[in-house]
Design a protein around this ligand. Sequence first.
Ligand code: PLP
Length: 451
Amino acid sequence: MTKTTADYRRLDAAHYMHPFTDGGALGAGARIIARGEGVYLWDTDGNKLLDGMSGLWCVNMGYGREEIVRAVEKQLRALPYYNSFFQCATPPAVELAAKLAEVAPPGFSHVFFTGSGSEANDTVVRLIRRYWELRGQPQRTVIISRKNAYHGSTMAGASLGGMAAMHAQGGLPIPGITHVRQPYFFEEGRGMNPDEFGKLAARAVAEKIGEIGAETTAAFIGEPVQGAGGVITPPPSYWPEVRRICEANDIPIIADEVICGFGRLGRWFGSEHFGIAPKLMPVAKGMTSGYLPMGGVLVHDEIAEIINEGGEFAHGFTYGGHPACAAAALANIELMQTENIIEKVRDNIAPYFQERWRQLASHPLVGDARGVGMVAAIELVADKESGARFNCKPGAGEICRDKSMQCGLVMRAVRDTMIAAPPLVISRAEIDELAAKAMEALDKTQKALGR
Ligand SMILES: Cc1ncc(COP(=O)(O)O)c(C=O)c1O
């Protein structure tokens, strides 16, 4: 017999420990999502939702893509699993490695596969420290990251990340990782112009290098746009200055492309949009459009050659380069190419999305509306002039997220910042619908806040 929503909720409450969830506060129970098509989802009660978050920033090519499903099915029948240890490989993993070299910026002709974005970030810690060992500078171990960054949830990923709530549990960060300020103009740049602020935020990297010494610094890591931290779009002056500082000190940049990679900013990689010139790029999410879990690190030749010539790199995962996941990624990337999705996003869809999204700034609750490519944020404020926040429980963001769901739109709340990252295949008409629903959710939030 088919299970009802109530059945699922009962079983869920009894057995399922949810990630990043207060288990005691699940309230009426989880919403059970049962089906997806294009940019839409349906729950087990038949409610239709426009997925403004692409799942978790990953379903870039939308739901229900038969090409990916068929490729995975074919691979599962031919060979559901084999590993890449002990001098073996599988056809889809090899083909995917070559395909990634084709779409990556020049100089990135190697990849190390992982099962997720977190594992990719664990891998960059091991890769970069190994690289410096092989270059005869084993003391270069410290990785500079940023406060409010998100790099995953494993011990290394959470430590690279700068989430205070994550560091508060379980004795993080692990040693050898240090954090500097983020380029969050709305919160930290009041009274300055964005250009000035971007340079100031970048200078924190130089100050940190001065404090710990370039001779102990292994790398600087950053998301081109901080996603989970609240879609923190850096001022245009930020990345060029960070790049200049890192190059002057021979410090490789690691661009965490887990969200920004695979078209999200209208280029294959977010680094290309900002001119970051990284040496390592952790990827995941959009590589398979979330159809199957897969991650990896794109490794610049300068690093790959040294690692490859340095004997065994003692690192790897059972599911790294999983053939079915690699088949999903290949089909997904080929779909991106045949549908010219990068160009469509860059020239048509992202400019329209940003135009419609920025109109939300006219709402009395919105202190800032920003974004780049297909990521965007609005700041909910009690006072537009000063940017003062609401100080209530539940928070304004939480209220707005729930109202948004009631309006049939998935938006995510990061504190009182509402964020969106819809599938790249969203149409102009669907963007209109997203913007209208977001506006309606803001009206309902305003009412709930007694404004
Ligand atoms: C920038 C970034 N890096 C890493 C991760 C971790 O990826 P995963 O959840 O696949 O481990 C995420 C997940 O949201 C992310 O946004």
